[in-house]
Design a protein around this ligand. Structure first.
Ligand SMILES: NC(=O)c1ccc[n+]([C@@H]2O[C@H](COP(=O)([O-])OP(=O)(O)OC[C@H]3O[C@@H](n4cnc5c(N)ncnc54)[C@H](OP(=O)(O)O)[C@@H]3O)[C@@H](O)[C@H]2O)c1
Length: 246
């Protein structure tokens, strides 16, 4: 086993997760990148330049995938410095039925459950599964990709309630993990990446939205690698380094 710092990034096939994985590799980390979408091969291409990139099959709804990834990390690194819980079901392109409450559309309980499993409950499951490895790592840092949409105070929308509610639940879960693990020395990052451009399988970006995922990843990695003076406060910060209400 080597002394390389090790990170796990979920939802790393494209977008922010992919860009964070790439940046961490550039920072000299060994990165275990969670693969979920077989249509994307950006990670496989990146592996040619970075032998310290390990691709692990990881559906964050699946505890068996988590256990297998933990066993792989145990075998290769024996520890984990940094957990990046980033995977999410966004659903903006595939909403069925449409995600507004107007008395006419009905509910899809299975879809709702999938949003909560992926966007909310996966985070505590990940922390629980990887905690023995994280306890052996020297950073003990936990990073969670949240969203501005998670903020009860800032919410002005009428739609996207599945996504919005699931991100608010994520924040609460992170607060509870913080209450448990901050006294042990763990430090936390809760991050709003901005309205990012969608990344296509060939690596190109959509024109809609504002932020290039690589730019948001640059700031995310800065925040996850720098120590803060106020680690005893759980804060939601954005891609411009600002603190947001949540
Ligand atoms: N994009 C934005 O404007 C925006 C704004 C605020 C916050 N965020 C948050 O930022 C993070 C990254 O966003 P992004 O734009 O990079 O999203 P993205 O392009 O949709 O990437 C997320 C990745 O997670 C994967 N995923 C979905 N379900 C999963 C599961 N069960 N297990 C493992 N992976 C799964 C997705 O796979 P599929 O391709 O199969 O869906 C996708 O590859 C997310 O947490 C998102 O909520 C994004």
């Amino acid at each position: 086993m080597s002394d390389l710092k090790t990170a796990l990034v979920t939802g790393a096939d494209r977008g922010l997760g992919f860009a964070i994985a790439k940046r961490l590799l550039g920072e000299g980390f060994r990165v275990f990148a969670g693969k979920f979408n077989s249509e994307y091969t950006l990670l496989e291409d990146l592996q040619k330049d970075y032998p310290e990139l390990y691709i692990v099959e990881l559906d964050v709804k699946n505890p068996e995938h988590m256990k297998a990834a933990a066993a792989e990390i145990e075998k290769i690194s024996g520890k984990l410095e940094l957990l990046v819980s980033n995977a999410a079901l966004m659903g903006m392109r595939t909403e069925k039925p449409s995600d507004v409450i107007d008395g006419n559309r009905g509910f899809d309980p299975e879809l709702m459950a999938a949003f909560f499993m992926t966007n909310s409950y996966a985070a505590p499951m990940l922390v629980d599964t990887f905690l023995p490895l994280l306890r052996k790592g020297e950073m003990k840092r936990l990073f969670f990709t949240s969203s501005e949409i998670s903020s009860v105070r800032l919410m002005r929308r009428t739609g996207s309630f599945r996504y919005g509610m699931s991100k608010t639940a994520l924040n609460l879960g992170v607060r509870m993990i913080y209450n448990t693990l901050r006294p042990e020395g763990f430090t936390f990052r809760l991050y709003q990446p901005g309205w990012m451009k969608h990344q296509f399988p060939d690596g190109s970006l959509a024109k809609t939205a504002i932020v290039d995922p690589a730019d948001s990843a640059k700031e995310a990695v800065r925040q996850m690698l720098e120590d803060r003076l106020d680690e005893d406060r759980l804060v939601l910060t954005d891609y411009l380094g600002r603190e947001l209400s949540f």
